[in-house]
Design a protein around this ligand. Structure first.
Ligand SMILES: [Zn+2]
Length: 493
């Protein structure tokens, strides 16, 4: 096929749990990624699915394959605890923060997009909002009802999973429709434990803030419905790749497939390739605690890390491996980034290399070694997006003295087209190391200790003005003092 450039791209398909050759249905790849529920800040673990999807997009671009990428914004329908009943996450957040649901959705959508931009994740082609697709969701559910896939309960309209012959294939559910997912709650009258809500009716006497009228009364759509409806609206009935976090593989995506294939009724798989990224384990007790809330990107930047260091940390592990987030790992990522930027800045500007074809073209004719690295990069990205390998190839090329300067430039540009670390533009000063106590020399420590002692004395003498003065002086030195039950402790900010 014309689009096959370099090595055959192979991706790990959760549907069947195996590596498969990737072959798009048409010239343009349709890609759908389950997006954020915009009721709070996205934590660091939430960033991984999008950096992963971005890597996939970069891989397709590298191969010269055009992509249309959709990321939905869930601003309605996602109930607390991912359940079929109960309050909507957005409504709970709005009540808690004393803001309207629209304000909540708009605020956290902006925050999400800002984090994506900081991580150099290329914007999706469309970010559809669930609240704008409710009429289509109602039509979709009506069609399922006409086809006999549903039944109605006082709590809403349910999808009967026993009528879906392949139900649960994605999650490897052994007895179709019978296994009860850990998060599935008890619902009066439900026929099968795996049945899920297409429409969540208002409970008697409870009026939702976000409510629509439907053939099943006033209420709101079920959580799974939006992804089927919006992806088909924007990518067509069938498309190539659906991505998301691995937790979606067990419930959300299982239900998306069941309702979509029932709706289409053409006997074809709805989506060919299902790709899932593993979790980030947040093992950074200290930072998380001092921040007083779930760790997010802003906490890292406040602590002196560059967002690209977090991106590098993510790419340092394969997307299908769990990654342990620790301050040590972040320090290592920032140090690696600093060394890379230092080394690369002398070689700027880098050539614009987005595709394998352009990299091959730009390598000097007599630089076989550089061409070798370009082909290695292609082999690595083609092998299920092996980003750790790409980082290793980049490091090898930087140490290789046989490369011509132009050849090396092309290799770096090509590696960064796949990694997206902004190696052409990052300033060395932006990725300075964080100072830690071990970086201080003894006289600096002495000065700090002396000032802290003087401040303690001033406080004892109730000389608050002097105590404040010393605190300001310490802050000027980048030192933060906290008064604890066992006396003052200081740390570098
Ligand atoms: Zn989804």
């Amino acid at each position: 096929m014309a689009w096959v450039i370099g090595q055959q791209l192979r991706l790990y398909n959760s549907l069947g749990r195996r590596l498969e050759d990737f072959a798009p249905r048409e010239d343009e790849v349709g890609l759908y990624s389950c997006g954020p529920t915009v009721y709070s800040y996205q934590h660091l673990g939430n960033m991984r699915p999008y950096v992963f999807a971005d890597t996939l997009r970069r891989a397709l671009r590298w191969k010269g394959i055009p992509v249309r990428h959709i990321v939905n914004i869930t601003d309605v329908g996602h109930a607390v605890a991912d359940s079929d009943t109960g309050e909507d996450k957005l409504e709970v957040a709005a009540a808690k923060e004393r803001r309207s649901v629209e304000e909540i959705a708009s605020f956290y959508t902006k925050d999400y997009l800002a984090a994506m931009a900081a991580l150099n994740v290329r914007p999706a082609d469309v970010y559809p909002r669930a609240s704008e697709y409710v009429p289509q969701m109602i039509e979709f559910a009506k069609r399922l009802e006409e086809l006999g896939y549903t039944y109605e309960l006082p709590s809403g309209l349910y999808f009967d999973t026993s009528k879906s012959p392949g139900y649960g294939t994605l999650a490897l559910l052994d007895v179709a429709g019978q296994r009860e997912g850990a998060r599935v709650e008890q619902i009066e009258g439900r026929r099968n434990k795996s049945d899920f809500a297409l429409w969540r009716a208002e409970e008697p006497g409870v009026r939702r803030v976000m409510r629509w009228n439907s053939p099943w009364g006033w209420g709101a759509p079920g959580w799974h419905l939006e992804c089927s409806v919006m992806s088909m609206s924007l990518l067509g009935s069938h498309f190539d790749i659906h991505t998301g976090g691995i937790d979606h593989r067990e419930l959300h995506h299982v239900n998306e497939i069941a309702q979509s294939e029932a709706y289409l009724g053409d006997g074809q798989p709805w989506v060919r390739y299902w790709l899932h990224n593993e979790f980030i384990l947040l093992d950074s007790q200290k930072i998380a605690k001092s921040a007083g809330h779930t760790l997010r990107l802003a906490d890292l930047t406040e602590a002196g890390y560059h967002p690209m260091a977090y991106r590098l940390f993510l790419l340092g592990g394969h997307y299908r491996s769990q990654l342990d987030f620790t301050p040590h790992a972040m320090d290592a990522a920032q140090a690696t980034l600093r060394r890379l930027v230092n080394r690369v800045s002398a070689l700027r500007p880098l050539p614009a290399v987005a595709t394998l074809a352009s990299a091959r073209e730009l390598v000097p004719a007599d630089d076989a070694a550089a061409l070798g690295y370009v082909e290695q990069l292609d082999a690595a990205i083609s092998a299920d997006l092996a980003t750790p390998k790409i980082l290793a190839i980049l490091q090898d090329s930087l140490r290789d003295t046989t490369l011509s300067e132009q050849g090396l430039r092309v290799v770096i540009g090509a590696a960064d087209a796949l990694l997206g670390l902004c190696l052409d533009t990052l300033d060395v000063s932006e990725v300075e190391g964080r100072r830690s106590v071990s970086d201080l020399d003894s006289s600096e420590v002495e000065t700090i200790e002396r000032l802290v002692a003087e401040r303690t004395q001033a406080r004892k003498e109730k000389d608050w003005a002097r105590a404040d003065e010393i605190r300001a002086e310490l802050e000027h030195l980048g030192v933060q003092v906290t008064d604890t039950a066992s006396g003052p402790v200081w740390e570098l900010r």
